[in-house]
Ligand binder design. Structure first.
Ligand SMILES: NC(=O)c1ccc[n+]([C@@H]2O[C@H](COP(=O)([O-])OP(=O)(O)OC[C@H]3O[C@@H](n4cnc5c(N)ncnc54)[C@H](OP(=O)(O)O)[C@@H]3O)[C@@H](O)[C@H]2O)c1
Length: 327
């Protein structure tokens, strides 16, 4: 028997998956005990191919960080892709992992599983207590199904087969490997790109949608990866003390939120943009506040370490490395 578990990181080229691989290596997990496949090598929507892969590799642990991910525009334009692909990817992986002896699995969900209007900060227990945000409902439903998939396999096979499948729900993430697509990106990469372009073109001002008043929470992706490894490796007895069989997911956030105005000012500072920042209140703001209650995870011994400005600097360096030469 080897001293190290064989770990499959699904989605290892994505922002979170690549951070999980970095984290495992940084913690001393040997590279030869990490299994990966690119999308071109293994389409996770293809159930037969996923079964063949798991039967051949038989990983002990799985980080499920592969998903169809996107911002509001992409979710609104491709709802069928978002629900179909995510349901397929996670169902294929969870079932093939179980059939081929993977005892531990960590499913990555998202804060959009919670009702649109719910008390803040959002605790795990608010799942399925209200109506979801309509724009990303198909994606959120797939993510809720992913949690329930893990819980159902645990309930049916946890005792007989010794499996322990867990779920984490990250807040908004950012950092190296983010998506900077002009239409399909999240708020931080979109603002990094816009401020960078404004700086290069010496634009006198940058206008941001909405009033700048909504409050949002952001977590650096390497913190997310560290939290994922922490939850995966946490002893079952502690995990069970803080979760329930049918309410088992764990929120992962930094614990505090900031306004979009504060975020924009910080990004402008990191990028070195000195022009004006204007807001267009005729554009929608979204919900006034979105903050995770991460006390469950804090009680389980983990908290975020990377401050926003430090994280944004690392994200901007990564942006410059990849796209700087285009400007
Ligand atoms: N980014 C955030 O702010 C955020 C916030 C909360 C939760 N999360 C969750 O974290 C997880 C990872 O997100 P991320 O930001 O790392 O996304 P990402 O950068 O888009 O990475 C997703 C990865 O999954 C792969 N993938 C997608 N469909 C596949 C398929 N059919 N077969 C094989 N591989 C496939 C992608 O490969 P290709 O690019 O080659 O398709 C990509 O490498 C997701 O579950 C997401 O819901 C992310």
């Amino acid at each position: 028997m080897t001293a190290f578990p064989k770990i499959y990181v699904a989605g290892h080229r994505g922002m979170v998956g690549s951070a999980v691989v970095r984290q495992l290596l940084a913690q001393g997990h040997p590279e030869e005990f990490i299994v990966t496949r690119t999308h071109a090598e293994l389409d996770l929507i293809d159930q037969a191919a996923v079964r063949v892969f798991f039967a051949a590799e038989r990983p002990d642990q799985v980080y499920l960080a592969a998903a169809k991910v996107g911002g509001i525009h992409a979710n609104n334009t491709y709802p069928a892709d978002f629900i179909y692909q995510n349901l397929m990817i996670q169902t294929n992986i969870v079932d093939a992992a179980f059939r081929n002896g993977a005892k531990k699995l960590l499913f990555l969900g998202s804060s959009c599983i919670y009702p649109k209007f719910t008390p803040q900060p959002m605790g795990e227990e608010t799942l399925l207590t209200g109506t979801l945000e309509p724009t990303n409902e198909p994606y959120a439903i797939a993510k809720i199904a992913g949690i329930k998939l893990c819980e159902s396999y645990n309930r049916q096979f946890g005792h007989s087969d010794g499996i322990d499948y867990r779920s984490v729900m990250p807040t908004n993430l950012y950092g190296p490997g983010d998506n900077y697509h002009p239409e399909n990106s999240h708020v931080i990469p979109a603002l990094i790109r816009r401020f960078h372009e404004a700086q290069v073109n010496q634009a006198p001002s940058v206008t941001i949608w909405g009033t700048g008043k909504p409050r949002r929470e952001f977590l650096y992706v390497d913190d997310m990866a560290a939290a994922s490894v922490h939850v995966m490796n946490m002893p079952q007895v502690s995990y069970r003390q803080h979760t329930q069989l049918m309410l088992s997911h764990i929120n992962v956030g930094c614990g505090h939120d900031i306004t979009i105005r504060e975020l924009a000012e910080t990004i402008a500072r990191v990028v070195g943009y000195q022009g004006d920042i204007a807001f267009d209140p005729s554009k929608p703001d979204g919900v006034p506040r979105k903050l995770m209650d991460s006390s469950r995870l804090n009680e389980l011994g983990w908290k975020a370490h990377v401050g926003l400005e430090v994280g944004l600097k690392a994200a901007y360096e990564d942006f410059l490395e990849k796209f700087g030469s285009r400007y």
